[in-house]
Design a protein around this ligand. Structure first.
Ligand SMILES: [Zn+2]
Length: 399
């Protein structure tokens, strides 16, 4: 039985060049006394944009693990897969994030809802109504789980169910019912990704009520502990925080909740490693800086199209985006300061950062031209990738 360890970090590597630099952050964590398991995740959406195959994630992870002699577990996550997209992920992945957010609220059979309510007298009176909202989604998760299970064999992979990419957050009482539904569907989930309260915009800090988030996070942990006891779900079941990178202001509340309850967590980062590639290019100066400027100019020119698929998870004020003509006059330091996520730096520009975050399509279109420059600037890039994961994420959360 493959079991996910207590603390794990989901690392996205859009162009599959930074696995070693990312793993280096887990090695630094181990040296500091924290056992953090790396999970390389890439969604079908990202593969489609970049034109890559899921097997490339496995190849990059294996190569990094061999090169750095990593002896602890590591995993490859088929992120946000559905019944339609799962197949090509099955062989190279050992972690499956089953995304059923699109099925939330779809009508379920009344008889199934009644059966659930009768089987669960321990739940609150409102449980049947909640079950009616989530039953179709959990049944779909069951279909996807069984598709993977029939191909890989039970116990040979880790299962996560994600419901984060939807409009309304799930409350802890909804989570309780969802977990009961999942247990009834016989899905041995090890991580669950609810949508939390507040905004988890890509690549920037959390935006919302911190007290409410803290309460909800702790209550979710309580709901999980209770469901593990009651329904026999895997004992290591834990929360998975999606778009978890850069959410600096919630790391302290999360850490407090983990310390208090002894729970584990999976922090899934949002593919911001690609921004560290840009920072590394800019820092290298010369042709690297020129390419970083070219990518910004192109992203600026296509900003509406680039942002359109992400409106729910970004918040860009177009008036605060610098003109490309201004950026073209920047030195390395100016570009780096505007992009690097250091909220205490006056030059940091979250609008600039978010636009570049969704601008990876531009680099993907450049193909080899981009990758060759990434390889040429490897030393400045890898330093930034490692430092970002370790100092800004792992250290505040786990050390
Ligand atoms: Zn997600």
């Amino acid at each position: 039985m493959i079991q996910l360890e207590k603390y794990s970090i989901g690392i996205g590597d859009r162009f599959a060049h930074q696995a070693k630099a990312q793993l280096q952050a887990c090695i630094l964590a181990a040296k500091g006394g924290a056992d953090i398991i790396p999970v390389w995740n890439k969604s079908n959406r990202e593969h489609m944009i970049i034109g890559s195959e899921p097997s490339s994630v496995r190849a990059a992870a294996d190569a990094a693990v061999n090169a750095l002699s990593w002896k602890r577990p590591y995993h490859v996550d088929a992120d946000h897969i559905t019944l339609q997209t799962v197949d090509r992920f099955i062989a190279p992945s050992d972690f499956f994030t089953i995304d059923v957010a699109a099925f939330i609220g779809k009508p379920a059979e009344a008889a199934d809802v009644d059966r659930f309510a009768n089987r669960h007298p321990e739940l609150d009176p409102g449980a049947a109504e909640i079950a009616a909202k989530y039953l179709a989604a959990v049944q779909e998760a069951g279909r996807i789980y069984r598709r993977v299970e029939s191909a890989k064999g039970s116990g040979n992979f880790i299962t996560e169910v994600s419901m984060d990419e939807t409009d309304a957050p799930q409350t802890p009482s909804e989570l309780t019912v969802i977990l009961a539904l999942i247990a009834d569907e016989h899905i041995p989930i090890q991580t669950i990704a609810p949508k939390f309260t507040g905004r988890f915009n890509k690549g920037v800090d959390y935006c919302g009520d911190l007290d409410q988030f803290s309460r909800e996070f702790e209550d979710d942990i309580g709901a999980i502990a209770c469901a593990v006891d009651r329904y026999g779900l895997p004992k290591n079941l834990k929360l998975s925080v999606h778009s978890g990178s850069d959410k600096f202001s919630i790391y302290a509340p999360i850490r407090r909740a983990l310390d208090k309850t002894g729970a584990g967590v999976h922090l899934k980062t949002a593919g911001t490693t690609w921004l560290e590639e840009l920072i590394g290019l800019a820092e290298a100066g010369g042709a690297g800086l020129a390419l970083a400027k070219e990518i910004y100019a192109d992203a600026y020119a296509h900003r509406e199209a680039l942002c359109e698929p992400y409106t729910a998870v970004i918040a860009i004020d177009p008036a605060k985006l610098p003109e490309p003509s201004e950026v073209n006059g920047w030195r390395s330091d100016d570009y780096v300061a505007a992009l690097r996520h250091d909220p205490s730096c006056p030059a940091f520009n979250p609008n600039f950062r978010q636009l570049l975050h969704v601008g990876f399509k531009i680099a993907a279109k450049m193909g080899d031209h981009y990758l060759r420059m990434v390889e040429a600037c490897e030393s400045t890039i890898s330093k930034n990738v490692t430092e970002n994961l370790f100092a800004r994420h792992i250290r505040p959360l786990f050390l």
